[in-house]
Design a protein around this ligand. Structure first.
Ligand code: ADP
Ligand code: MG
Length: 667
């Protein structure tokens, strides 16, 4: 069982733990980081870096509390880094507090460190022991070698840690004491070490300084208010220096001369990883290597202090200063040997092809796409792809990829939003036209008959007057006939506008239709007007309502000619848009053009800029309706003073039933 686990629900996809885990012992499943026990070295880096406080460490607090009640003897084994954590009180006051808490004895693990130091010195000077020797007190270093660098196992000193040494001493010396032994230290990995099958049964529980502080607080115990009591024997000497850099060397009397090439001190997460991964390159020089994963035990994850590194060092030095010198020969001889195991989990490595396939799945198609930004927690995109292959990472963890996808979605969303807006505008326009159509149909119907009467009788009156009066007709009568004719044209327009509810499709030769309209409309055109026709000879026949479509095109061409009173060029073209099933009809002129602010009003019924009696403002509204009925689109572009262009797009196939846009003319 791993001693660290993720608290479900608190994990927030920041991948900080993946980024900082020195051995990538974190898998991400559905965005949630989980500790991979097979790879985890219990260093607690993920606990240290998780800002969400989503990492939980196994606790023995309830078991220790039960032992206080059930067991006659509960011994606290205090790690030598304690002065750096409990710096407000004296060591003796801390002991007093621990005793009040329920511990029957408080001993210093520094004594175990003396034993380990002596043993290390013996190994160093034993010619039979292969060199270099890697010191073994740091459990993280042991787990690292067992799980990730097992080829270095022969170099790992076969010596227990000071904690186990102390435990063995207590158990052995006190005739297999049935006491409960509780280690108290700054390290999470110690919780794993006491559970190691090769060491099990020596230490019962491991608490951290933080947990002990919480227990004291819970009991309302303030060590600074207590009268101090001394440590229980055995008393250490300079072994108290152990939690500092090179502590084992000092307590083993090996020497820490920085000029001594036979001895190396490695401390800190990066340095440890670098050293272990490049061991072969460095090893020939050294005989003894002291490695601590943290920057000394005073830098342990659960040291729980706000002192600086130097201040913590000073606290340790102060206690060492109070120590007497211990003669190594006065130390007891106890068995400090231990065994290690190769616990490396072999993984099947992916092929290059598999890696590339995974890289593609999160947008890394070419080497330039591989930013190696580390946001996912992996150093390189390839490392991440490898983790995906092993099922430890998810392709979605790639931040640049997610950003790119998000940008694409935003663009798509913007585009569909614009489309939607356009469709909505068209719908509003159609609805407007539909209600106007209904209204026009009603009004036109009512006006048509009386207007017919007025026209008929005014014409009869005109004829009669002409015959009666030789000298010409009165002007008023002429006005009546003209105005009545104008009214009829308006009513006809309204009826046309209202009649667009049904199409009667037939096969239409669009080119012939356009030619005919142009020829008819240009007959009375001003002298300087020229028509240019460009027709696709391959244009397929179209299924159109010939009557209505003629009307639609006539309206546009008529407007175009009207826009060029001084002459100009009328261009008419029709073609099938290459690669599509659409017919495009473009009608252009070099006339007066339309100011931009008027473009949106063009298809609105009764919008006209022509003088009274000249325009009804219904031509383009009718055209718009007819084109829409044919499931087509109509667009206009214009530059004042230069000309105007109308573009109609029509689908070639028109199997789908057209949606009437709502004119229900009865005529
Ligand atoms: P009408 O021709 O009766 O005015 P339309 O609906 O046919 O009504 O046209 C509406 C208005 O659009 C016209 O009055 C004119 O201002 C403008 N228009 C249409 N076609 C053109 C064109 N080719 N060039 C310039 N203006 C145009
Ligand atoms: Mg018109």
């Amino acid at each position: 069982m791993a001693v660290v686990r993720t608290i479900t629900g608190k994990c927030k996809r920041c991948y900080t733990c993946v980024r900082n885990c020195p051995v990538k012992a974190i898998s991400v499943e559905q965005g949630m980081a989980q500790v991979l026990e097979d790879f985890c070295v219990s260093c607690g880096t993920c606990v240290r870096f998780c800002n969400q406080k989503a990492k939980e460490v196994v606790t023995d607090v309830p078991q220790v509390k039960r032992a206080f009640v059930d067991n006659a003897e509960v011994v606290a084994l205090l790690a030598p880094s304690f002065p750096a954590s409990f710096h407000d009180c004296s060591p003796q006051q801390l002991i007093a507090a621990l005793r009040v808490l329920g511990f029957t004895k408080v001993v210093e693990v520094a004594y175990g460190a003396e034993l380990v130091g002596r043993e290390s010195r013996r190994l160093l000077f034993n010619p039979k022991v292969p060199k270099p020797i890697i010191a073994s007190p740091c459990p993280v270093v042991v787990f690292l070698i067992e799980k990730h660098f097992p080829h270095l196992l022969p170099h790992l000193a076969p010596v227990v840690s000071p904690m186990i040494a102390m435990g063995r001493y207590l158990r052995g010396n006190e005739h297999g004491t049935p006491a409960t032994l509780v280690f108290i230290g700054p390290c999470i990995a110690k919780k794993q070490e006491i559970r190691d099958p090769n060491l099990a049964g020596v230490i019962d529980y491991a608490l951290t300084f933080r947990e002990v502080k919480e227990m004291l607080q819970e009991r309302g115990l303030d060590p600074t208010r207590l009268n101090g009591v001394p440590f229980d024997p055995p008393h250490p000497g300079e072994g108290r220096i152990f939690p500092l850099m090179g502590g084992i060397l000092k307590s083993g009397g090996i020497g820490t001369d920085i000029l001594d090439r036979r001895v190396a001190i490695i401390e800190g997460h990066h340095e440890t990883m670098e050293f272990l991964s490049t061991f072969e390159e460095h090893s020939p020089d050294q005989e003894f290597i002291d490695i601590l994963f943290c920057r000394g035990c005073i830098d342990g994850v659960e040291i729980d202090t706000n002192l600086s590194h130097l201040q913590k060092t000073r606290k340790i030095q102060e206690l060492v200063g109070e120590s007497r010198h211990l003669n190594p020969s006065s130390l007891p001889e106890i068995n400090l040997a231990r065994r290690y195991e190769n616990r490396k989990r072999q993984l099947v490595e992916p092929t290059d092809e598999q890696i590339n396939l995974i890289l593609t799945s999160f947008g890394k198609r070419s080497p330039e796409d591989q930013l190696n930004c580390g946001a996912c927690g992996y150093k390189t995109c390839r490392d991440k792809a490898r983790a995906v292959f092993h099922g430890f990472a998810e392709p979605e963890m790639c931040l640049p990829h997610i950003i790119r996808q998000l940008e694409e979605s935003c663009t798509e969303l913007k585009f569909s939003h614009e489309q939607l807006k356009k469709a909505q505008d068209e719908l509003v326009h159609s609805e407007k036209l539909a209600s106007l159509g209904q209204l026009s149909a009603g009004v036109a119907h009512e006006l048509n008959n009386p207007l017919g009467g007025i026209l008929l009788f005014s014409n009869i009156l005109l004829d009669r007057t002409k015959k009666l009066q030789e000298g010409g007709v009165p002007e008023e009568l002429d006005v009546i006939v003209k105005e009545a004719t104008r009214c009829r044209n308006i009513v006809r327009g309204l009826l046309d506008f209202a009649r667009q509810s049904k199409l009667q499709r037939a096969q239409v030769d669009l080119v012939a239709l356009l030619r005919e309209i142009v020829s008819l409309e240009t007959r009375a055109a001003p002298p300087g007007l020229r028509a240019e026709e460009t027709f696709d000879p391959q244009l397929p026949p179209c299924q159109l309502d010939p009557v209505q479509f003629r009307q639609a095109l006539t309206n546009i061409i008529h407007n175009a000619i009207e826009a060029m009173p001084q002459g100009g060029v009328l261009t008419v073209s029709a073609r099938q848009v290459p690669g599509t099933q659409q017919i495009e009809v473009v009608i252009g002129d070099t006339g007066v053009g339309i100011p931009e602010e008027n473009l949106s009003k063009l298809f609105t019924p009764f919008y006209t800029t022509k003088g009274i009696g000249k325009g009804t403002g219904l031509g383009l509204a009718i055209t718009y309706g007819i084109v829409k009925m044919h499931r087509g689109t109509i667009a206009v572009s214009s530059k004042p003073g230069q000309g105007t262009r109308f573009t109609i797009l029509l689908p070639l196939e028109s199997h789908a039933p057209e949606t009437p846009i709502g004119f229900h003319g009865k005529f």
